[in-house]
Write a protein that binds this ligand. Sequence first.
Ligand code: SF4
Ligand code: SF4
Length: 718
Amino acid sequence: MATETLLVGLGLIAAGMAGATAFLVRSAAEAQRRARSWVALYLLAMMGEMWVGVIVYLRAPSIGSLVAGLAVSGVLMVATVAPLLGALLRARGAPGSGLGEGIAAPYLGPGLAVLLAALVLVSEFLMSWGLLLAQGVPAVSGGWLAVFVGTINSPWFVFTMAAEMFLTAALLWRLLPRAILTVLLLQAAIMVFTPTALGGTTWSPLAIYASSALMIGLFVFLFEYLYRYRQLSAPFGDYLVELVAVYGLMMAGLFVWQYFGDATAFAVAIVLEMVVVFAAVSRPSRFRDAPSTPWQLRPAWTFALLSGVFVAEVCMGAVLSVQLDPAAYLGGFPFLPLAGPAGTIALNALSNGFWFFATAAGSSWFLIMMGLEMGALVVFKFRETKNLENRVRLGLMMGCYAAFAVFYPSLYFALLYPNQPNPSTVPFLGWPMGIGSYPLAVGVFGAVLLTYVITGALVALFGRRVVCAVFCTAPMMYLGTTIDSMKSFNRSSPIARKYLSSRFSSAYSITLGLVMVALVGTSVLSYLDSIGALSVYIQGTDPSVFFFIASFSVGWYVLFVAIPYAGNYNCVTMGWCYTGVIAQAFQKIGAFKLKVRDKQVCKDCPTLDCAKGCPVGLTDMVGHFRQTGEFRSTKCCGVGDCIEDCPYDNLYISDIRHTVRRWLGRAETRPRRTGAPTPGPRAVAASFVGASPGALAEGAVLLPMAGSRVAVARPQVP
Ligand code: SF4
Ligand code: SF4
């Protein structure tokens, strides 16, 4: 009973601190007089100083420590008054001094905002430390690091911080833009579900699932926001990048806590998040006042955002895997000791990083999580897709992801063969693997050959879209609203521009050649290993399997976050995916092509939206439409954005179905809709906010003919 009463009392103190802190943050944020800002900062400092005295007493309660505590707090408070008075006197008579008239804009500058965040943090830290001492928790009586980690991860700190974030959002809701408020509220909810706060076998798993789900929700919200509002102010952009970087560190810290039992990195992430939050929300006006720019013209910013989100997701995948399936996940991670000479440590760290990344990115839970997140963006895209064939393809793509990335490898295979290794670690002669060495390859040779024949036949009949826009997991990641809109980088990035158009540039041929040599080389090695002629393994892994893992569990994701430089759908545009290259070969002999209903419409077309909308950068399609009325490219993977974006409904995909109709003497397809052109909703022109499609077509964007470069429109932002 006494303990419960104590807890209620301490809880009321924490609630009072949270309310007072949020009120002072708002006061400082709104202040248009120096005096008010400084007084708010002073009161925040005083709250921390008060707790210093409490801690001095509680660390060794006695009359002596009580006197010492009161003395220390008193001295600190008096000492803090001096700079406050000095600042006020120095500012006397200046606009906004507090003695004269106020200033129009809030007073708090960047330096003072960071000071405010630091004061909030320190006073909350001291309060939590004090409450833990009052509770008699031994963990915070050790060394300084133990005090830091134990206090930050304590329920007093994280729940009070979460309450402060909720209250600050409520108090500043008139001043903060709606998007920031949403982000702040989601952050506060994530903070509530801090797995380290209460520990235990119920809270930690619950908190891990809830915080992961909320973080996925936050990322979906951010991505969709970026898609709908292509421009954002620099302060908001900076805030988002800082936030996702902190979340990356937080999820990595959570993994370290699970794996090694050390919560230091997680505590550091919490502290950084608080600094980011309070330094930002204490200056709400700058979110509204700063000019906005299109993020599609800021590759470095986009790269930073994607990287932060991705690191958080990979670590979240690892955390969920350890939580849900520790035996399978921890056994699949060959951790090398970080000891010995510097060179050995560096190599072992590199190997650990590679395998951590590969294992996490290949795990079921990572794929499920990415499926939910990227799938949500695909659903948004589905809702604005008009063309029936495109809608069917998007539906099939989502179904295939659920079946082939989640159900079959993670559920079906595991249930059917509980004692077999993960299928992705078994080399065999298969579409993605090359020639494998494992005896299983011989056993399933017939079945695997059949998959080649069936997939190849489907590609020949319906185009490589069967593989590259339906079966493969990659299109789920590429084709959701926001990531799809990053195809603008295919035209603006100097690297991505080398791979534009349907022709095989030297860069493309070199990439493709290297990949195919590596595929054949590792496959031959694998085969020679299997017959005992050689014994070549890469870190104990079959060479063809290692190449597969390096390509699809590591390389693919690295190039995914590098979209702002390498362009969207870069596995296709650069030709580095051997699966896509094999599909490409079948497309070469197949019936698949793009056709127009009326060549003259293309000749008169001022928009060229089809080419702008192509996610694999086939910018030369218009020239072919105008000359021959059709376009064949082995790079085309049938996504259909060109069809969606053509304002004249003049375009369709022709495959075996249309060929058969032609053989039967029937019309290949329905006639073109007549009437006024309807601009495609996802035309790249529209992605550059501030530039009308017409303005782009008039000369800003030039489609390359005969290998000329594409000039990118850069609209002036007012
Ligand atoms: S090129 Fe490869 S990774 Fe890209 S969509 Fe096609 S099969 Fe998938
Ligand atoms: S947007 Fe339509 S009409 Fe214009 S060139 Fe492309 S296919 Fe032809």
